[in-house]
Design a protein around this ligand. Sequence first.
Ligand SMILES: Nc1nc2c(c(=O)[nH]1)N[C@H]1C(S)=C(S)[C@@H](COP(=O)(O)O)O[C@H]1N2
Ligand SMILES: [Mo]
Length: 204
Amino acid sequence: MPKAANKIHLQIVGEVNQSVTIRSELASLPRVELVSDFHCVTTWSHKSLRWGGYRFRDFYNTIVVPQAGPSADATILLLKGQDGARTTLLLKDALHENVLLADRLNGAPLSVEHGGPLRFVAPSHYGYKSMKYLCKIECCSDYSRFRPAGFGFMDHPRARVELEERGKGLPGWVFRFLYRPLVRPTIKLFEKATNERSEAAGRG
Ligand SMILES: Nc1nc2c(c(=O)[nH]1)N[C@H]1C(S)=C(S)[C@@H](COP(=O)(O)O)O[C@H]1N2
Ligand SMILES: [Mo]
């Protein structure tokens, strides 16, 4: 677990007129709460998580477009986390109304373990698109420029849960079997993070 900076520091870069750094500007957007299920690609899910924060759509239209001026060709977003994790999402998927920049989970401030201070949450897509400790968004026109952190086949450009787009090049059910050995360790990690969070809440 990285020691994530606890202040929001989000850079908007890439094919833009001007790179910008977002710190406190999010506070000008309407706050929303949204309940959604969370699906890790390895096949575990969490039901009814109550995320609090800002709609990505509001952020993009009200802050990114006027301040950074992304190119009309930049139809892909590269998302980066403070731990070096990276993934992509199509801009049109990110603009769906259920996509959030979250800073709260289940009524409490978002813990570092779950991606605080600011996390991208795209519940219609597999968990690896929901970038924790989001620190950089690169506006991009060319998916082939993206270098996945792990094996390329593990990162599907869209990863829609509904269509079981778990990975690239193989049907979803094949990944279900491939990922089976990873289910237990990743559930353990999630539970550990949740317990630490409730202990911290109990103390505070
Ligand atoms: N920065 C960052 N974000 C990340 C990951 C990561 O390793 N680093 N893992 C992804 C994966 S695969 C999943 S399933 C979820 C897990 O979220 P959780 O740690 O809140 O349970 O975060 C996603 N976002
Ligand atoms: Mo995952």
